[in-house]
Ligand binder design. Sequence first.
Ligand code: CU
Length: 173
Amino acid sequence: MVQYAEMVGRSKCPCWSRKLKRIWLTVLVAGLCMPALGAEPAAGVVFEDVWIRAMPPFQPNSAGYMTISNSRETAIGIVGASSNVSKKTEIHTTRQVDGLMRMEQLDGVALAPGERLELAPGGTHLMLLGLEYRPVAGDDIELCLHLVTEETLCTSAEVRKSAGSSAGGHEHH
Ligand SMILES: [Cu+2]
C-alpha cells in the first residue's frame, strides 16, 4: 500500500510541476508583453512629414527631416537621436559662415509646450552618419529622438529624393 501511494505521488508530481511551470510562463509572457501594449511611446509628441534623403551610391551619410509638435503641458528637451540605418545620428543646424552654408552639431533642442519645430533641408536636421546600407524608397526606416528625461520617441520615416516628393514620386532633372 505504501508502495502504491509512493508511485502515485511520484507520478503526480511531475505533472503538477509542469502545470505550474506553464502558469508561470504565462504570467512571465503576459508581463513582458504588457509594457509594449500599454505604453504609448510618443504620447503628446506628434511627428509629421518624417523622411530621410535617398542618397546616391557610396555616400556615407544622409539626413533626416520631420516636423515635431509638442502637445504636452511640459517642455521637451531633445538631446540625441538614433536610427536603424546609421551608426550615429546627430542633431545639426545649418549656419551661414562667410557666405558659405556650414553644418554645426547641436547639443540639443528644446520645445516649449505647444511649440512646433520643423527639421528641414537648409535648417536644423538629423544627420545620419555612417549608413549601414543605402536606403531606398519603401525601406522600413526608424528615427528615434532621445529626450533629456531618458525617454526615447521613435517614428518611421519615408525615403525621399527631395522635400515634398513622396516615395516612388517623379524626379526633377
Ligand atoms: Cu548635417
